[in-house]
Ligand binder design. Structure first.
Ligand SMILES: Cc1cc2nc3c(=O)[nH]c(=O)nc-3n(C[C@H](O)[C@H](O)[C@H](O)COP(=O)(O)O)c2cc1C
Length: 344
């Protein structure tokens, strides 16, 4: 019998059987990317963050960001903002767009967001956190979840307080990225701090930060006692890392890493989804970073990148990438890099 590490949990009327969550990443975890990731065993996907003010504008791009695939449910749409009214309106809008859960972002470290006291800047004002959470929980009937960092900076770290406030306000699942805002993406995530949140509340706590494979997932669970694992940057160009984390959670043997040919199959499927979802013009722009990530750490990738990154024509890009990936086919199994990298 395989020994599962985590039993899963319920969120409202939904059962999250596999507590493996794909991290929301702005500009990355769109529907095409999530479609590639989900089959590796992801139990819950979250859209990239949608600013609450963007909802009013009804822009086509905002609509596309919120689009959920039929096969993604139950799924979460993430909203951000600091005005309880605006965030509540965004939450209602998200439910209207098919969200089974609404996730609130209080972890984003980006200056532009923090300047409006949104994202991780919210953590400095616990009363405001409570007002926003209460308002959103009241505004929608679906479960509301929260994603945070451990605080603004080391001296003002308040992960325990925020976790308690969240639970008191009716939040049904909490994700903790084990870094303060001041840490941005530096150093290593503090998994003990995720454990502080876990000890403080009885709602499911998802651990996040620096999980790059099955072993690191196991270690995060051991240290923090979290109920689920969220993986972000390690998945860029390496979606099969999710399969490794899935195997660790389910107590299964670690899968082998894909061959060059299997890797190309994933790349081309991803590109087809990108073109369908965004149209070729925008897909050509978005494809570049993904294909470069897929090539990272492979033989001859620096040379490949130097030619590839100046290409703009969709078909030329795909042909060039195909020639490169298939030229690697004589390598039996490819190494991949799990070194986290941050998107531009
Ligand atoms: C490019 C990029 C975009 C991100 N966008 C979001 C976002 O929209 N919402 C959010 O809650 N977190 C966002 N994050 C944070 C991730 O969800 C995650 O918390 C962080 O990357 C740490 O996890 P990891 O070490 O597994 O990458 C973003 C991270 C990156 C690198």
């Amino acid at each position: 019998m395989n020994q599962r590490l985590l039993p899963g949990f319920t969120l409202g009327k939904h059962n999250i059987d596999v507590p493996l969550v794909l991290a929301p990443m702005a500009g990355i975890t769109d529907l095409p990317f999530r479609r590639i990731c989900k089959p590796f065993g992801v139990g819950l996907v979250v859209t990239e963050m949608i600013a609450s003010r963007a909802v009013d504008m009804g822009r086509e791009r905002t609509e596309r960001m919120a689009e959920l695939g039929d096969d993604e449910h139950p799924a979460s749409i993430q909203v951000a903002g600091s005005d309880p009214e605006f965030v509540s309106e965004a939450a209602r809008w998200a439910v209207g767009h098919g969200a089974d859960f609404v996730d609130i972002n209080m972890g984003c470290p980006v200056k532009k967001i923090c300047k409006q006291t949104a994202g991780s800047a919210m953590l400095k004002d616990e009363a405001l956190v409570a007002r926003v959470l209460e308002a959103v929980v009241k505004a929608v009937e679906v479960p509301v979840t929260l994603k945070i960092r451990t605080g603004w900076d080391e001296p003002s770290k308040n992960v325990t307080n925020i976790a308690r406030i969240a639970e008191e306000c009716g939040i049904q699942m909490l994700t903790v990225h084990g870094r303060t805002r001041a840490q941005m993406f530096h150093g290593h995530a503090n998994w003990e701090d995720i454990g502080l949140a876990k000890d403080a509340v009885s709602i499911p706590v998802i651990g996040n930060g620096d999980v790059v494979d099955g072993e690191s997932a196991r270690e995060m669970i051991r240290i923090s006692n979290c109920d689920g694992v969220m993986v972000g940057r390690a998945v860029q160009g390496n979606p099969w890392v999710l399969g490794e984390v899935y195997a660790a959670l389910m107590g299964l043997p670690q899968p082998t890493r894909p061959t060059a040919e299997q890797r190309w199959t994933i790349v081309i499927e991803h590109m087809q989804h990108l073109a369908e979802h965004h149209g070729i013009r925008r897909a050509s722009k978005l494809a570049r970073k993904h294909i470069i990530w897929y090539s990272k750490g492979l033989r001859g990738s620096a040379d490949f990148r130097s030619h590839f990154q100046v290409m703009a024509d969709w078909q030329q890009m795909l042909d060039f990438a195909e020639t490169y990936f298939l030229s690697l086919c004589e390598d039996a199994h490819l190494e991949h890099t799990t070194e986290p990298h941050i998107a531009a």
